[in-house]
Design a protein around this ligand. Structure first.
Ligand SMILES: [Zn+2]
Length: 139
């Protein structure tokens, strides 16, 4: 039985949107202790739309595949929609992740939220702090 779906392998070996944006409007960086994954996401925003997104992930294959899929899912979308992206949706889009790797997809969700919060902070845009809880410690 294959441990990883074909989609996970595809996004791991050929990740989309890798790199950084020098003129990013928001940057989110998160990490987890369990695999030592570190994920950094850059977003470019215009009129409330995420016009471009790049990521740098130092981590396991699931973290890289999740970042790649998550950036594809929010590119060209309104911020409001990106905020509703859950790690479950990312994992489903990848045709599933092994249970012990689900926390890697959580990183993608958190990194996106962190980047949007950074964008709000930098631009003095008011938001409800309850929408941006501190990320859990992933032990
Ligand atoms: Zn991981």
């Amino acid at each position: 039985m294959a441990l990883y779906s074909e989609k996970v392998m595809d996004h791991f070996t050929n990740p989309r949107n890798v790199g950084k944006l020098d003129d990013a409007d928001g940057i989110g960086e998160v990490g987890n202790a369990r695999c030592g994954d570190i994920m950094k996401i850059y977003i470019k925003v215009k009129d409330g739309i995420i016009t471009d997104v790049k990521f740098n992930t130092f981590g396991c294959g699931s973290a890289i595949a999740s970042s790649s899929m998550a950036t594809e899912m929010i590119k060209g979308k309104p911020i409001s929609e990106a905020l509703t992206l859950t790690n479950k949706a990312v994992a489903e889009a990848l045709d599933g992740l092994p249970a012990h790797k689900m926390h890697c997809s959580v990183l993608a969700e958190e990194a996106i939220r962190a980047a949007i919060k950074d964008y709000y902070d930098k631009n003095g845009i008011a938001y409800d702090p309850a929408e941006f809880p501190e990320p859990d410690e992933h032990e």
